[in-house]
Design a protein around this ligand. Structure first.
Ligand code: SF4
Length: 221
């Protein structure tokens, strides 16, 4: 197992700092834990963040595959990279317009930037899309309409300064436990309160000072 490296948990948008150690064979993460020096989580972590980082599960590829005659067949990296390079050369000879690039919401900001540069500047394609539109476009519209800013206006440091914490249609105690720790600690302070609006009696609602429980189907207005 390698020495722990400070990095960011990729499993949700809370952005906890992790200390991750690589496996001896160089593939995957052997151990992950919260980084005590990271300001977001101060050493805390959650089961999902640790387990999915160390043991992502699913049908992960363990070697490259190349489609031949409609069938994906195992091959080595030299062959796979050669096939990809030849396909890129072929598409670029048509001006790059035949290449479409899809980014993932699991990429780091730096990876998104590099992929965008490769797609637009390198390949010259206009068919590039990523989390920016696939996920965030509707959120940005809502943020802008509600707060006049195209991103969440508060920071974690604002949470302890709030007197009232309003959680509407979300269950952060289960879904984002590290973020919820910030809210719960602040709401527990004197003259502070937690208000939850949710038809469901969630774990977060069970902690609330006030739980407003609209009838199911009436809370989207
Ligand atoms: S709350 Fe859990 S899943 Fe989300 S970033 Fe932190 S450790 Fe990862």
């Amino acid at each position: 197992m390698s020495e722990p490296t400070p990095t960011t948990c990729m499993r949700c948008a809370v952005g906890c700092g992790h200390l991750q150690s690589g496996r001896e064979d160089g593939h995957g993460v052997a151990e992950a834990k919260g980084n005590p020096e990271h300001p977001t989580n101060e050493g805390a972590d959650c089961q999902r963040g640790i387990e999915e980082t160390v043991d992502p599960g699913g049908d992960r590829l363990t070697q490259p595959l190349v489609r031949r005659g409609g069938e994906l067949q195992p091959t080595n990296w030299d062959t796979a990279v050669g096939v990809v390079a030849n396909r890129f050369i072929e598409a670029l000879s048509n001006g790059g317009g035949d290449i479409a690039v899809l980014g993932s919401g699991q990429q780091t900001t730096e990876a998104v930037y590099a992929l965008g540069k490769l797609a637009r500047g390198g390949f010259g394609t206009r068919y590039y899309d990523a989390n920016t539109r696939l996920c965030m476009a509707s959120a940005v519209k809502a943020y802008d309409s509600a707060f006049g800013s195209d991103a969440p206006p508060p920071t974690y440091d604002d949470i302890p300064k709030a007197d009232t914490h309003l959680v509407w249609g979300a269950n952060p105690k289960t879904a984002h436990p590290v973020l919820y720790r910030w809210i719960a600690e602040s709401a527990a302070a004197k003259d502070s309160q937690l208000v939850v609006v949710d038809p469901v009696e969630t774990q977060t609602a069970a902690d609330a000072d006030i739980h407003i429980q609209p009838a199911p189907g009436t809370d989207l207005a």
